[in-house]
Design a protein around this ligand. Structure first.
Ligand SMILES: [Zn+2]
Length: 255
């Protein structure tokens, strides 16, 4: 089973695929897949979740047969959703999960695409959920348990110090010259996304204002953890009408 993260035309009518499978990323080529009558045409399209039969030829994985299981039609008719799905795909490919992590990353992405394509969750909320959860699975988990200085767990605003991945309460943040960037509900949501079990991940409520704060911070945390600009994020910003924040720090500026 594999989810098509990337499908690039090559040659006359072939597709080079990047698949996320339960054991990791797999590159494969689907010969003649772009010919309309090809039996590989629909199952190898971007964001298809399909069962692939592959064989190896000269160190290349070649698609022999494909049976589509989930197509996420809703993405194809909604440019906002498609732009977000492309961002998810770029992140998933960059995180390059392997072993048991790959299975968890695949399930997370399939769930996000399901909610996105069926419009059952707002895209901005899904973006924050995917970013924080995918990064946490990949080992980039911010320390959200309590204030790093005084161990305060809740009450009032907090500051997530992105470059250090540490949390501070309002008083300790002020002593350090840091501004608060999380209200109580955004912090609760962030903890929920990072710590909740899979089955409950998508079931929390959050006001629009707190979702915005959570979204901004989740994106900063992503850019900082990934440490490189993401083309799909620039595209998403242009589609959603958001200005680029330019928060990527070059390695020499990192503390
Ligand atoms: Zn404190």
């Amino acid at each position: 089973m594999g989810l098509v993260l990337r499908a690039t035309k090559t040659g006359e009518a072939d597709r080079v695929l990047l698949l996320l499978t339960p054991t990791g990323l797999v590159s494969a080529i689907a010969k003649g897949a772009l010919r309309l009558r090809s039996k590989l045409f629909s199952g190898t399209a971007l964001f298809c979740y399909s069962e692939f039969t592959l064989f190896e030829r000269k160190n290349l994985q070649v698609v022999d047969e494909v049976t589509e299981q989930e197509v996420f039609w809703g993405l194809r008719e909604d440019v906002d959703a498609m732009a977000l799905a492309m961002y998810f795909a770029e992140l998933a490919a960059l995180l390059s999960p392997a072993g048991t992590e790959a299975d968890a990353q695949l399930r997370l992405l399939l769930n996000c695409l399901y909610f996105l394509s069926t419009h059952k969750q707002p895209p901005r909320r899904l973006k924050a959920i995917y970013e924080l959860r995918a990064l946490s699975l990949a080992g980039f988990m911010p320390d959200l348990v309590a204030c790093a200085d005084c161990v305060r767990y809740e009450g009032g605003d907090f500051c997530l110090d992105v470059p250090h991945g540490r949390l501070y309460c309002a008083a300790c943040a002020q002593k350090r010259g840091l501004d608060c960037n999380l209200d109580a509900s955004a912090l609760a949501a962030m903890r929920y996304i990072v710590f909740s079990e899979d089955a409950k991940l998508f079931s929390f409520s959050l006001s629009e204002g707190s979702t915005e704060r959570l979204g901004a911070l989740a994106e900063q945390w992503t850019l900082y953890s990934i440490n490189r600009p993401l083309r799909s994020l620039d595209f998403l910003h242009s589609v959603w009408g958001i200005e680029n924040t330019g928060t990527v720090l070059l390695p020499e500026e990192r503390p």
